[in-house]
Design a protein around this ligand. Structure first.
Ligand code: ZN
Length: 70
């Protein structure tokens, strides 16, 4: 019966991993939407190579026959 009490203690000492401020429930595990966005973009940049800016207009065509012209 004491387990639920221990569980509640777990939420203590939670701080934003971006700026170390106390976490706000609505934005867990961050303190604000801004920090959530920062973390998200960090995650995306680290996880995926975003080709948008580097391959400028070099979109591979699904059709390999660009020479066909009538
Ligand atoms: Zn923060």
């Amino acid at each position: 019966m004491q387990i639920s009490k221990v569980k509640n203690k777990k939420n203590k000492a939670t701080s934003c991993s971006i700026c170390q401020k106390p976490v706000v429930q609505a934005f867990r595990p961050f303190c604000s939407k801004r920090c959530a966005d920062v973390d998200l973009s960090r995650w995306l940049n680290g996880r995926y190579a975003i080709p948008v800016t580097e391959e400028d207009g070099a979109i591979p065509t699904p059709f390999g026959n660009e020479n066909i012209e009538e």
